[in-house]
Design a protein around this ligand. Structure first.
Ligand code: TRP
Length: 343
């Protein structure tokens, strides 16, 4: 039996997209279109696990969908939609809430980080977040998920939920004639070395949407002038660039800027240093600014065009949701039968 492996991934609409989201996630989604069946979601239900202003939520939902397309995802090849349009995500996540154990959820480091000292006062949804994520993936029986390092633990939990469901309902699964395990044991897809983009003002910190300085983060909707300005004002150090990657050790800012160059140029760090080793920042920064503008400005322009065309965006998301439902509904119908829900 031949089968096309199925990829699912998602991004939360909870802030303006930045270079870290592009290099770490969105850009990696594109080549998978040619080797996998690909489903890319805007996970709006995950976003509201912490308070979101409804107008912002909408704007960011369109923005992510636009970024997917502007970065090269083809809405005819990939299924692109927002999570809340396919209500089966909520339904399956409830069942998974009853499969997963409190202890499993309590061990999630992302929850502990986000809840901090304040764990009595965060939403119940934030605690159940990984169960909804497992539902996203298993609702489509997705076999592979491209995500960053920070989501590894959530994927392990997804596998634990799949295994426990397969085990708890083993009798029903066998009686219904499913040959194999009902839910697949989804793998984490490593798509090359992870690019972790750092703040332009502090090379020890992740690039993020919550930085004190406006110049620390390159947003995907920044225009050419702003991109160039941010790169030229990025914190660097006093030394020239080394001639090989090992020379970047201990030089956080230099390592980040060279890494960004390599990622944008699709080169290795050593290739970049073969060209720029021994040169100073006065040479490297303008070169990086030109490269970043040439890659990112056309994406920003296309994003702006798309988000201003609500009709077109709604059509794309509606069509994606319809195709997503066509996969999800038969699987959900099987799940209801296995669990014993009467219809
Ligand atoms: N939790 C993921 C993140 O914060 C987003 C996400 C939600 C996701 N559902 C998913 C990623 C399913 C991959 C698959 O990055």
């Amino acid at each position: 039996m031949s089968f096309t492996p199925r990829v699912f991934s998602g991004i939360k609409p909870s802030g303006d997209l930045h270079l870290g989201n592009y290099l770490g996630a969105i850009r990696r989604f594109v080549p998978l279109q040619d080797t996998h069946e690909t489903i890319y979601c805007v996970v709006d239900m995950h976003a509201i696990t912490v308070w979101q202003d409804p107008d912002d939520l909408k704007r960011w939902t369109y923005e992510i969908a636009a970024a997917y397309i502007a970065a090269g995802l083809d809405p005819k090849k990939s299924i692109i939609f927002n999570q809340s349009q396919v209500v089966e995500h909520a339904e399956l996540s409830w069942i998974f809430n009853c499969v997963a154990r409190m202890g499993w959820m309590a061990r999630m480091t992302q929850f502990k980080d986000k809840a901090g000292e304040n764990s009595e006062n965060v939403s119940l949804g934030l605690f159940a977040y990984p169960s909804l994520m497992a539902a996203d993936i298993l609702l489509y029986k997705a076999t592979a998920v491209p995500v960053g390092e920070d989501q590894r633990q959530h994927l392990e939990l997804t596998r634990d939920i799949a295994k426990k469901f397969n085990h708890d309902f083993a009798k029903q699964i066998a009686a219904a004639g499913f040959e194999d395990e009902f839910f697949p044991i989804t793998e984490t897809l490593a798509t090359g070395p992870a690019m972790r983009v750092k703040s332009l003002k502090d090379g020890a910190k992740k690039m993020s949407k919550s930085e004190a300085s406006d110049l620390a983060t390159i947003y995907m909707m920044d225009d050419a002038d702003l991109i160039a300005k941010k790169i030229k004002r990025a914190t660097s150090d006093a030394e020239a660039l080394p001639t090989e990657a090992a020379g970047l050790a201990g030089r956080n800012e230099a390592e980040n800027l060279v890494g960004v160059y390599a990622a944008l140029a699709n080169q290795s760090v050593d290739q970049v240093l073969a060209e720029y080793g021994g040169k100073g920042w006065g040479v490297f920064k303008p070169a990086l600014a030109d490269l970043a503008v040439s890659v990112l400005a056309p994406i920003a322009d296309e994003m702006k065009r798309l988000v201003s065309d609500r009709g077109e965006m709604d059509r794309i998301l509606g069509d994606g949701a319809e195709r997503a439902r066509a996969i999800a509904q038969p699987i959900m119908a099987d799940v209801r039968k296995l669990v014993g829900f009467v219809r």
